[in-house]
Design a protein around this ligand. Structure first.
Ligand SMILES: [Fe+2]
Length: 397
């Protein structure tokens, strides 16, 4: 049930246009023509991996056949640095591009947002860090994800690493004008990436649902995402050629991205503290933190958590704690690590991780207050994977 109990004002963002279906990546020109762009130079921002696999051709060839010229910037790697963003900015300013297309995982999509804005606006990337606005509206932007998880194709944020630290450029102007969800592009994703990215989408849904900034809009997206992931992530992981599962998961990633209107909570903060110590895919560190985060919030929002538990378990009534165990079982079924110990983090790392979590990644969105004292059990039990002890501790209050 979507709650309308609060009378807050919410400002929710989403792409203006959504094209979805197998082969839709080959129909990008339809979007452009609808916007009165019928020829000229286009900028494609893509993952190196996407180009290596030739996936970019699925977008580029039909565009070339329709009379467009496509310049490709394929220098995007995971966790793009400021240097990459600067090189891309220079590239985007070289020609009078009519539109920008981002293609790949979250990093490419994020960088394409920046390119669309920086192409027409003066200054350095560093002038726009944080919540910002651009004097000139960005170029029309289309995002074509090739993984199913980050939800970057639906958000207003561009993440980059500035001198080793995570930074963001955040503006409503960065939301893509259109998103294209073509599940065919995800068909060859290996199972580990399907699992990790799918769990990122679930984290966005569950964390957004737990957030104190949850709205009727974000709840709608969150509940949709949870029910799709509950039904389809395992089938997509077990058989990548299951197109129904692939279609479902690329859509869940998008709705998970829309849930981010509510922001994330403690789980993503903890995930960053894990990723800062061992280079795990973002979705893996988020997955590891997720059951503990739900446990941490058990007392704060029991009704919400039992609603989510009922949804994913297909029951009319469920206990909040069943949600914690369901997520833990899913993580196990997907072969993801279940303790910090498994990824080489020991108890001696815990004090620094707690400080970092509280100081560097504060989350006023989290329903239960976050403090170092309360986090101690969270991290300590996570080292060994003792989820039962976490549940027992946080159920007490
Ligand atoms: Fe995420």
């Amino acid at each position: 049930m979507i709650s309308f109990a609060k009378n807050n004002v919410y400002n929710c963002l989403s792409p203006r246009q959504l094209m979805l279906g197998d082969g839709s990546a080959g129909q990008v020109e339809k979007l452009l023509i609808g916007w009165q762009i019928s020829g000229g130079d286009l900028l494609l921002v893509a993952d190196r991996e996407v180009v290596k696999l030739g996936l970019d051709r699925k977008v580029v060839e039909p565009l070339e056949a329709a009379g467009f010229t496509v310049a490709c910037f394929d220098g995007i790697v995971g966790e793009p640095t400021l240097e990459i963003a600067e090189a891309l900015t220079e590239f985007a300013r070289q020609k009078p591009f009519k539109a920008v297309i981002g293609m790949g995982g979250g990093s490419s999509l994020d960088m394409s947002k920046l390119a669309a804005a920086m192409a027409l606006n003066q200054g350095e990337v560093t002038d726009y860090l944080g919540l910002t606005s651009f004097a000139k509206a960005p170029l029309p932007l289309i995002n074509v994800p090739t993984t199913a998880g980050t939800g970057a194709e639906a958000t207003a944020v561009s993440m980059l690493s500035v001198r080793g630290r995570k930074a963001v450029v955040l503006s409503p102007q960065l939301v893509p004008l259109a998103t294209v969800l073509d599940a065919e592009l995800t068909k060859t994703l290996p199972p580990q990436i399907t699992a990790a990215t799918g769990m990122d989408a679930l984290s966005h849904a569950l964390e957004g649902f737990m957030s104190v900034n949850a709205s009727p809009f974000s709840d709608t997206q969150a509940l949709t995402t949870m029910s799709i992931v509950a039904r389809w992530l395992k089938p997509a992981y077990e058989d990548g050629s299951n197109m129904e599962a692939r279609r479902a998961m690329i859509y869940a990633a998008y709705t998970g991205g829309l849930t981010l209107n509510a922001g994330v909570v403690l789980g993503h903060s903890v995930a960053y503290t894990i990723a800062n110590r061992c280079h795990l895919p973002h979705g893996v560190s988020c997955a590891m933190a997720l059951p503990y985060t739900i446990a941490y919030n058990l007392k704060a929002i029991p009704e919400r958590l039992s609603q989510a538990a009922g949804l994913v378990l297909g029951k009319d009534k469920a206990q909040p704690v069943e949600l914690v165990n369901w997520v833990a079982d899913l993580i196990a079924a997907l072969g993801l690590p279940r303790s910090l110990g498994e990824v080489g983090i020991t108890e001696s790392d815990v004090p620094a991780m707690i400080t970092e979590c509280v100081e560097r990644y504060p989350r006023p969105t989290n329903p239960a207050p976050i403090d170092a004292q309360r986090l101690k059990v969270f991290y300590e039990t996570m080292v060994t994977g003792d989820l039962a002890r976490t549940i027992e501790f946080y159920q007490r209050g």
